[in-house]
Design a protein around this ligand. Structure first.
Ligand SMILES: CC(C)=CCC/C(C)=C/CC/C(C)=C/COP(=O)(O)OP(=O)(O)O
Length: 354
């Protein structure tokens, strides 16, 4: 899977640059924002909008959402290189959400650099993040000649549904973080993950299905594949936060143990609250609910997760969801070689180390 991602990354990056040029000029302004007026100063828009967007994009990112969309186009019998402008839509949306998420989480680092709001200010970061929800949608109308009106409407309805639910999931996550004493259940965590992380995964899968004219049933199956895989990915993300913390013990400072520092109700926190001893549960709550934590407290919380078996449990659940994702693939509708690659994605989400 690493090879597939590495082969595709430059192709995806070129396609993103084609749709969202780095340099703002009169043509870009006219394409995206309508007829230029005195208020549209290309230099100002460059610095306030394009530079922060490209700062984040140029720092990398795995681009797996766009690569997966391209694979699905291919799986449905289309030449993916003809559809790259659509495959990158969920990737740009995802990049927008992480800018906003970093503001909401008070994160300090992103992709090896400062979080965007620390570099550009919260106002510019939020505006750039929000713009990334809308700029890629222009592709659907700008290349409207490729898609008939019915397909465009179907895409818009799908995007509105999935993006609204992304915010529903994020809202649940924020609410649990603010209302520390609420106990979330595993089912609620999965629902939150299915919305917060899974809905952009569903866009990855539904876009190629709609554009290549698949049946509702096939669209539904690939959406469920991507949703289950995204929940597994989210659990994997929570585990990586712990593993990176353990790797960096002694020098992790503010950058690691973020989920514990923020009192996040990860699957591990939920499992430990139900399975740790009464005294460990009480101590874990003290740490998770505190406004600030020392590095020692972060390590203490991780030890409680370990002794309650919560990290192993989260890993098992992620593996089970990745297997379920695999079972949702409509193999009979897919090119077998591509079906195998789509199955490999379900392993990648749980085996990745970054
Ligand atoms: C509405 C709103 C703000 C929602 C936020 C949703 C959100 C940020 C969910 C987390 C998803 C996630 C695990 C991101 C890391 O992806 P990745 O490891 O693929 O990141 P990469 O692109 O850097 O590789």
């Amino acid at each position: 899977m690493r090879d597939v991602l590495a082969d595709w990354q430059p192709v995806i990056d070129d396609a993103i640059a084609e749709v969202l040029p780095r340099e703002i000029d009169e043509q870009y302004l006219a394409d995206f924002f309508g007829a230029p007026t005195y208020a549209y100063d290309p230099d100002a828009i460059q610095q306030a909008l394009s530079d922060p967007i490209w700062e984040l994009l140029d720092r990398g990112g795995k681009r797996w959402r766009a690569v997966l969309a391209a694979q699905l186009f291919e799986g449905f019998g289309a030449d993916p290189t003809d559809y790259l402008q659509y495959a990158i839509i969920p990737e740009i949306l995802h990049n927008g959400t992480i800018i906003v998420d970093d503001v909401e989480d008070g994160a300090s680092k992103r992709r090896g650099g400062p979080a965007l709001h620390l570099e550009y200010g919260t106002d510019i970061a939020l505006n750039a993040g929000n713009a990334m929800y809308f700029l890629p949608l222009k592709i659907i109308t700008r290349n409207g000649g490729d898609l008939d009106a019915e397909t465009r409407l179907e895409i818009y309805e799908m995007l509105m549904y999935e993006l609204n639910r992304t915010h529903l999931g994020q809202g649940m996550d924020i609410w649990w973080h603010n209302e520390k004493e609420i106990q979330a259940t595993e089912a609620e965590y999965c629902e939150m993950g299915a919305c917060k992380t899974g809905c952009i995964g569903r866009i990855v899968a539904r876009l190629p299905a709609i554009i290549t004219g698949q049946t509702n049933e096939v669209e539904q199956r690939v959406a469920e594949y991507a949703e289950q895989m995204s929940i597994a990915f989210q659990i994997g993300d929570d585990i990586l936060d712990i593993e990176h913390t353990l790797d960096q013990a002694g020098e992790f400072g503010k950058e690691f143990g973020n989920d514990i520092r923020e009192g996040k109700k990860t699957l591990m926190a939920i499992h430990a609250a139900e399975h740790a001893s009464a005294s460990d549960t009480a101590r874990l709550e003290e740490i998770l609910w505190a406004d600030t934590n020392t590095d020692e407290e972060i390590m203490e919380a991780i030890e409680i997760y370990q002794s309650a078996g919560s990290i192993d449990y989260a890993r098992e659940r992620a593996e089970a969801m990745a297997r379920q994702a695999r079972e949702r693939l409509p193999d009979e509708q897919l090119d077998p070689a591509i079906a195998e690659r789509l199955a490999a994605f379900t392993r990648f989400v749980i085996e990745r180390d970054k």
